[in-house]
Design a binder for this molecule. Structure first.
Ligand code: SAM
Length: 206
């Protein structure tokens, strides 16, 4: 993998990148994504927001898209990725989330392990685009600076990424979403949430 390229350079995400991080014992696999996707889909149902459309941003090998195709073929899934290799191999539309504003909102947006690759100059735009693209629920996962220092396995994790604090992400996500926990962010004015259901509580009541 050409690590001399900056973390956000699209050419980083070549065949070697996916072999390195998604091969044997890699970051995650279809079985684990299946557990997660089931939970996310069912939490949305619990909140009363049926998932009919999904946008998978930085879809990589397309595991979320494939899970939806197998388990909910009625759901329309759009998968996008900045990598030429990923798009050619796994059939996504080639988009950079920092430059591309989704043309309409999707019920569920998945952005799984992607934002750590967006540089500081463009990260706020990428979050704005995710918010525009989300009608109800955003599933967001990424390693923060603290995770990279204390939590991840440095042998299995791509450490050549941009490091921002959890507080930085919360500050930029809160104008759009309530943080429900476990990677789930619920768009304001979407599903009403009980105060203790959300990590932010509902501060909008007088
Ligand atoms: C760690 S992989 C995650 C793949 C997939 N989301 C998963 O969790 O299995 C990161 C993916 O994000 C893509 N990516 C990185 N920056 C991006 C950007 N600005 N816009 C869209 N995709 C991006 C990469 O090409 C790569 O496929």
């Amino acid at each position: 993998m050409p690590t001399e390229l900056p973390p956000h350079h699209p050419d980083r995400f070549d065949e070697g990148y996916y072999q390195r991080f998604y091969g044997e014992g890699g970051a995650h696999d279809p079985v684990r994504i299946g557990h997660l996707a089931t939970a996310v889909h069912e939490m949305a149902a619990w909140w009363g927001v049926p998932v009919r459309t999904v946008l998978d941003v930085g879809a990589g090998m397309g595991m979320w898209r494939d899970w939806y195709r197998a388990h909910h073929p009625e759901v329309a899934v759009v998968s996008v990725d900045v990598s030429e290799h990923a798009c050619a191999t796994w059939g996504h539309d080639r988009r950079d989330i920092a430059d591309w504003r989704p043309p309409h909102p999707f019920d569920l947006v998945v952005c799984h392990s992607v934002l750590q690759y967006v540089d500081d100059e463009r990260i706020e735009r990428a979050i704005d685009h995710l918010a525009t693209g989300t009608r109800h629920v955003l599933y967001l996962e990424l390693p923060t600076a603290n995770d990279l220092q204390h939590t991840v396995d440095a042998d299995l994790t791509d450490m050549h990424v941009y490091r921002r604090t959890g507080e930085w992400y919360r500050t930029h996500l809160r104008p759009h979403f309530q943080q429900a926990g476990a990677g789930l962010w619920v768009k304001h004015e979407s599903a009403p949430m009980y105060e203790l259901e959300s990590l932010d509580g509902d501060h909008r009541c007088a």
